[in-house]
Design a protein around this ligand. Sequence first.
Ligand code: PLP
Length: 430
Amino acid sequence: MAADEHELLAADRAHVWHPYASATAPLPVLPVVSASGVRIRLADGRELIDGMASWWSAIHGYQHPVLDAAVTDQLGSMAHVMFGGLTHTPAVRLAERLLSITPEPLKRVFFTDSGSVAVEVALKMAVQYWSSRGEPARTRMLTVRGGYHGDTLGAMSVCDPQTGMHRLFPGLPQQLFAERPACRFGEALEARHTADLERLLTEHSHEIAAVILEPVVQGAGGMYFYAPPYLARVRELCDEHGLLLIADEIATGFGRTGSLFGCDQAGVTPDIMCVGKAMTGGYVSMGATLCTEDVAATISDGPAGVFMHGPTFMGNPLAAAVSLASVDLLLAGPWQAEVERVERLLRAGLEPARGLPGVTDVRVLGAIGVIELDHPVDLGAITALLVDRGVWLRPFGRLVYTMPPYITIDDDLDRLTAAMVGAVVTVGTL
Ligand SMILES: *Cc1c(COP(=O)(O)O)cnc(C)c1O
């Protein structure tokens, strides 16, 4: 290892805290010097095929000329100005674009600085909506087990209580959890699948503000795919009980599941929708919370007269400009065919894992491929095996999974899936 690389890693180990990591006994991290296309280049010269799209976000790959140009052009006029009392073209055009590709009743866009904050904003909108309507007792959220909605306190409170380690945070708001949707993607919805949710809705109707869900794919909570009719049924139930529906599309948005948004698969319009991750093409952090005119007007015409939120970097022009470029790049290309191609190759490549010792399930939907094991993976060991095979993945729990950039060519997808299957075979024989 070169001296400067050694020094960098020592400083990292001494001073930097990584995601979901120990500060005192961290697993090794790999120094990256650059990334382009679907290749991540390490300091020692090795190149890895990226199977993670940097946590669902880099859908067009790294250093895309169109996205690079959007950032550089925007830098020519301004990197940032505050959004209180000021506005600018990138934010306005991005808001218009988001509304043009999401269900028609969504009419307002509130920009945030990350996905978690988009969820916080959605939860706050729901609570302020009901207090504006003179029903301040409606503050609780109803959700399903197995969800993931971010790491800030409000967002955490609606994450799965087990995988979200709620026991470590005793002060979290106490939300309501129905069973994880039992009808898998492709299965028919039966009345029993929503019985638990309906029971909670009936018992707690007077105190619930909203139902929050990830449409069709539960991501970081377990990479689980459920039947779209479940989502449609939740919409019906929200209507029957007069409740708001919040769709967290932060992972599923912008084509990942094969439709532009997860809600599209169920023909459902939420009252509030959160987006993030792939919106900026993975360039910088930005999220957005979209809502209907009813939600926006009820809050604005209520006693407070305003919505009580406003991040410092709200509507950041660099982030908005690259988001607009990323969304337009997606829409201008054959994204649906590309995601279908990725789906086909993931399916073919991962199928051989079915039936291997220790493998309990193999599933693919859109550009998401999952091998589920019967035991938690040893993250350090499996990462090393995968890196040896030239791919970058970040397994968690019992899952070895990929959600590659849509531009990944067939050969690279084959190498990715072969590495996944190979690593699972090796782990099974350790
Ligand atoms: C990643 C994610 C979030 C949180 O977004 P951050 O940008 O990491 O704060 C929220 N909801 C879902 C569904 C996500 O996948």
